[in-house]
Structure formats: structure tokens, C-alpha cells
Ligand binder design. Sequence first.
Ligand code: DSN
Length: 421
Amino acid sequence: MNVLTKTDPEIAKLIQQEDVRQRETLRMIPSENYVSKAVMEATGSSLTNKYSEGYAGKRYYQGQANIDEIEALAISRATSLFGADHANVQPYSGSPANLAMYVALAEVGDTIMGMALDMGGHLTHGWKASQTSKFYNAVQYPVDPKTHLIDFDVVRDLAKKHKPKVIVSGATAYPRFFDYAAFKEIADEVGAVCVADIAHVAGLIAADVHPDPVPHAGVVTTTTHKTLRGPRGGMILCKEEYAKAIDRAVFPFLQGGPHNHTTAGIAVALKEAAAPSFKEYAAQIITNAAVLAEGLMARDWNLISGGTDNHLILVDMQNKNLSGKDAAVALERAGIVVNANSIPYDPAPPFKPSGIRLGTPGLTTRGMKEEQMRILASVMADIVDAPEDEAVIAAGKKVVDELAEAFPIPESFVEEVSQAA
Ligand code: DSN
């Protein structure tokens, strides 16, 4: 960062400090990952200088020869990886992608249905603090109070009662697979469009280690930076019948010029995700989460739903007499970065919730496997048992330092990509 250091030493220093923080701590927030240098280079390129309102071949600005090809590549890689009819790669991130999906499928004031935020859903699935609940009449489905699983009888009853135009599946804190066929059946019964928000699990779906919503859902929305391991961005996949409405909703209804540097980064990440080694990566994410869950449960950690099928683990800390926030703060002191999170039917407020949420996409990118998960389960349990014991924190930090050094953030997935080409 020679130039940046000269131009703006304050920002350069903060970025360098963040590089060090990312290198020296363990990323266990399940929505975060580490991208390749190739994705970084595409994202930090001259493409940021270009305006391209419109779509390939139909732009409102001249000078699109390269941009059109980049966007076309991103689209064809997305449709091919997910087996979708159509892809729009312009949404700025997951929330704008979801808003575009509603705009395409419903009128303001129509009823939409999604999982409540405090049950594991996303803000944009109609949560009361989100504008999606003001623009639309949002009906929220819960999880079962005992099993913490989606109860399809409850979803069906709510759908029959409220007749939503759109039913959204998907979550930010649901540790189990989604039964997309069941959602589609209910959507068909009430004449709703079946939508899947796969932001968290897109990489797992691309690698065939998670159920696939594409055959069932009319529209699939996603971010590109979680298990898919691309830059921060969004994407909408859909069946041909929704393609025009989705494209119009993204541009011109909601957005102006697409972020071409992000589009290029998404294209690179999609190429990386098509490599055979990405399948191994995604399978290892799930194995790692299962082993970590087992290790934590052996130390009397209360896992929501009793375990995990995917990349994430949601923990109820109430039996440890520790808030989720205090647990997350203690773990971070040892270099383990998770997030405090509400649990279903949480008696505590959202800013000091009873749970923590953690996951394995980042650690798996760093090459960690079952053995490291067992070590980490033990370190985390020790810290949660004695969050104010400086010797325990120091011992945990020593293990984290060793792991961070032994498993550096990889720069490249190039070998895998050339195999796939
Ligand atoms: N903020 C994302 C997450 O952490 O899951 C969802 O938008």
C-alpha cells in the first residue's frame, strides 16, 4: 500500500492494523470468510471508475466494451454453477437483493411472509425494525419452542390464513437444512411465489452439500461473501418467468449504476466455486461444524436444535450464567471472534442477547480440520467456564496464536481454478 501510505497514512495504518487483526485472530462469525487475492485484485481495480447503468448491450453510458463482457461472464458463471435460468448480479448486497425481489413480486401493501428475526430470520424477511414490514404487510413464522425447528404445519396455517404473495425461506441463524420442497408445496397451496434467501448457505448449495432450492423456488436471493467466498455483494437467481421483473426491479426501480468492481470479484469467486476443490472445502465446512458442535456439547453447551447440519452453531448461554455478549467479549480477548446473537424465544434484549453464533467457513478456508475443531471446542469451553480468569484467557490466546500461525490466510485458490477451467 505504498501510494495509500503516502496519500492517507491514517487510513493506511488502520487497514494495516485490520490486516494484522484478521491474521492473528480466528474468524468464527459464520457470515464472514476470507477471499482470495484474485477476488481482492478484481474488487480493487479500475472498474470502480466506470458507470454502467442498464444491462449488457443496453447501457445508458458509452465505454462498456469490457464491462459488458465482465457482467456477462458473472451471469453465465452464476447460472451454470447454480443451474438457474437467469441471474442478476447487480444488487449491492443481500438487503437490496431482497428488496428488489419484493418489488418484482408484490405491490406495496401486499402480504409477505418470512421467518422472524428473533427466530433466526433476517431483518428483510419482514421484521418490525425493517422497512420491509412498513412497505408490506409482513407475517412472521416462528420456530417450534421446544425443537427450535421450522414447523411446517404452523407455516401452512399462517400461509392459509394470511394468503401472502411471497413466502421466504432462509435465515441468518438457523443451524439446520431447509426443506425447500415443503416451502414450495405451501406456496403453491396459497398461490404465493416461493422464494429462498440462501445468503448463508450459497457456497454449500453450489458444492452440493446442502439441499438445493433452485428446482423449487421461483426466485433465489443471496449475498456473495459468506460461504460462497466472494466479495461483499448480492445476486438474484430466478426462473425465466420472473427474469424481466427482477431485472427491472434492480434497475431502474431501486438502483443506479452497478458496482462493476464487485461484479468482477463475484465472477472470479464463482469461477473459484466451480473448482472441484471447492466441493471439498464446503464438505469440510460441514464436517468441521459437526465436530465443533460435538466438542461443545460434550462440555455441556446448549446448542439450539441440538446441533447443526450446516456451517453454523447457535448456542444458548443461559446454563453458563453468562450473556451472549459477555461470552463473545471473553472469547475475543483470546482471539476467537464470534457474535452475540438472540436465540429463539430469548428472554434477553437484542443488544445483550442470551446466545452466541459461530461457524466454520473462515477457519475451513484457513485449512483447519477436525483436530483443530476439537482443540477449539476445548479452549472455548474453558474460557466460557472462567471468563474472568486471566490465566485461562492467556492459555486460550496461546493456542489461538499457534493455530493462526500454523493456518495462515491463503492468498490463492488458483491451482484449483485451473483444474476446473
Ligand atoms: N449480517 C448478516 C449475518 O451476519 O448473518 C446477515 O445480513
